[in-house]
Design a binder for this molecule. Structure first.
Ligand code: CAA
Length: 261
């Protein structure tokens, strides 16, 4: 692939958007390759993904402005759909995805981070939706996911003013879960991913599904979604083993890794 690197270490896969000369901006090729990379993840082995950008300066500096500059209305809509389809695939990917945001996360960069389950960033990270300064709206889900994540008032302020915010403010408003020195970011992401990968995989997947599917429906429908996914865990090897391990009073026992995917 030209712009995507993929590495698997044990049960953790790392996707790196590797277009450093353009600060990892998302052109059609990057989006296509990201789509193909997701399709190729070995879900029998991988239990958590990390998404990051190449280099020390930028996570993703947005959709490619050069490519967008000459689009017609129909082509603009199609480009938005291309990005939205890949981001939605990421958001609904069966296993958790951690965004390790190592610099600029602007426009499509902020939007792809918001499609991930968990966001952590380096101290030099900068977030923003600068689109209205370019004469467009956010087009890869920003108007929808930012409002859901940080509330409509803060999302409207960020989007209408096109003002960038630094890591500490992103942390304060709940856009990221934690901020690390740049050199510690990937180790922190890997540690978190490793911790997730150790837990019962069917249960983790069902938690992601329950949260994603329940969040946009009313509570009566949401708890039914949870009930089904909760029930779905029973009779699995992992449920039987996890509970038997707790109930076994032998203090010498050592917990085995969960097996089911
Ligand atoms: N698209 C295309 N190329 C980009 C890019 C982008 N979004 N962001 C950066 N680049 C390119 C620059 O053109 C430059 O290329 P050259 O070396 O060939 O000139 C290279 O990356 C380095 O960028 P700068 O020289 O500008 O670096 P800087 O340190 O001076 O500034 C920056 C960094 C503040 C991030 C600045 O590059 C910038 O403002 N980039 C654009 C950010 C932006 O507006 N993103 C939103 C895009 S619209 C969008 O994403 C729509 C959507 O929702 C789908």
């Amino acid at each position: 692939m030209e712009f995507i690197l993929y590495e698997q270490k044990g049960a953790v896969g790392t996707i790196t958007i590797n277009r450093e000369k353009a600060l990892n901006a998302l052109n059609s090729t990057v989006l296509d390759e990201l789509n193909q990379t997701l399709d190729a993840v070995n879900l029998d082995e991988v239990r958590c993904l990390i998404l990051t950008g190449a280099g020390q300066k930028s996570f993703v500096a947005g959709a490619d402005i050069g490519e967008m500059s000459s689009l017609t209305k129909a082509e603009g809509e199609a480009f938005g759909k291309k990005g939205n389809d890949v981001f939605r695939k990421l958001e609904t990917f069966p296993i958790p995805v951690i965004a390790a945001i190592n610099g600029f996360a602007l426009g499509g960069g902020c939007e792809i981070a918001m499609s991930c389950d968990i966001r952590i960033c380096s101290e030099n990270a900068v977030f923003g939706q600068p689109e209205v300064g370019l004469g467009i709206t956010p087009g890869f889900g920003g108007t929808q996911r930012l409002a859901r994540l940080v509330g409509a008032g803060m999302a409207k302020q960020m989007i209408y003013t096109a003002r960038n915010i630094k890591a500490d403010e992103a942390y304060r408003i709940g856009l990221v879960n934690a901020v690390y020195p740049q050199e510690e970011l990937m180790a922190a992401a890997e540690k978190m991913a490793g911790g997730i990968a150790k837990n019962a995989p069917i249960a983790v997947r069902n938690c992601k599904k329950a949260i994603n599917e329940g969040i946009d429906v009313d509570m009566d429908a949401a708890i039914v979604i949870e009930e089904k996914l909760f029930g779905d865990c029973f009779e699995t090897e992992d449920q039987k083993y996890g509970m038997a391990f707790f109930l076994d009073k032998n203090k010498e026992k050592v917990k085995e890794p969960f097996k089911n995917c």
